[in-house]
Design a protein around this ligand. Structure first.
Ligand code: PEP
Length: 251
């Protein structure tokens, strides 16, 4: 499996800037995208069209969505359905990002519904998990990851493919703070996630990609990507600039 290099643009960028950044990213990586890497751009909903056009035809690039509601359609004002995302060109979507869990109040059960429904709708899902600083300090890392993975993957079919499912380990205390988890912290948490995936999915669990997220930058990406069981990165702040994200992709 290629390493998955994901840019989460959160609630940043109007349509023009988003399309221009995506086009610049494609230009920066033209002829330089390592063969073992896949680039995923996850812009705000309003920019999906323009970013999709900028990525169209660029080999090794995919479009993703930050969120959706787990229903095919219906009276859910303000929400968006997975089929609307695939119709807009998305191949991937996130579920359980820490900002949705801790700012928007999404619980484990809703994250699980989204993961399963997104898969059933043809999206490849990236399930995000990670502990808060007080949970780590209280020695609860493994318990928190087990709880989030159990609920997040509860209704995922046993025959899921490694192309369709990835897990992003993102310690909450490292997201957007400039604090990066150290190599041992990353290796330890990824080993916990890997063991869970192998227990849950057997041999497929050893192929499901585990991304690291939390203040990844051009200067630390190479080291992080060299850690055992790190199969890609999920990048927020440092993905907003094309040169900076291209440097991470090529790290
Ligand atoms: C994220 O948005 O998932 C993230 C890890 O953000 P940042 O890279 O800014 O910490």
């Amino acid at each position: 499996m290629k390493k998955l290099m994901a840019a989460n643009w959160k609630m940043y960028k109007l349509r023009g800037e988003a399309a221009a950044t995506a086009a610049a990213l494609v230009a920066c990586l033209a002829g330089k995208l390592p063969a073992d890497r896949e680039v995923l751009v996850i812009p705000p909903f309003t920019a999906l069209g323009g970013v999709g056009e900028a990525l169209a035809g660029a080999h090794g690039f995919a479009l993703g969505a930050q969120n959706f509601y787990p229903s095919p359609q219906g009276a859910f004002t303000g929400e968006i359905a997975p089929e609307m995302l695939t119709d807009a060109g998305c191949r991937y979507a996130l579920a359980g990002h820490s900002e949705r869990r801790h700012i928007l109040g999404e619980d484990d059960a809703m994250v699980g519904r989204k993961t399963a429904f997104g898969l059933a709708s043809g999206l490849s899902m990236i399930l995000c998990v990670g502990e808060k600083v007080e949970e780590r300090q209280a020695g609860q890392l493994e318990a928190v990851l087990a709880r989030q993975l159990t609920a997040g993957l509860a209704d995922v079919p046993a025959d899921v493919t490694p192309e369709a499912l990835a897990v992003a380990y993102e310690p909450v205390w490292a997201i957007g703070t400039g604090l990066t988890a150290g190599p041992e912290e990353i290796a330890g948490a990824h080993a916990v996630v890997r063991a869970f995936l192998v227990k849950r999915f057997g041999a497929v669990g050893s192929k499901i990609r585990i991304l690291y997220g939390g203040s990844v930058k051009p200067g630390n990406a190479g080291q992080i990507l060299g850690i055992d069981n790190v199969d890609g990165v999920l990048v927020g702040g440092a993905s907003l600039d094309a040169d900076s994200f291209a440097a991470i992709v090529a790290a």
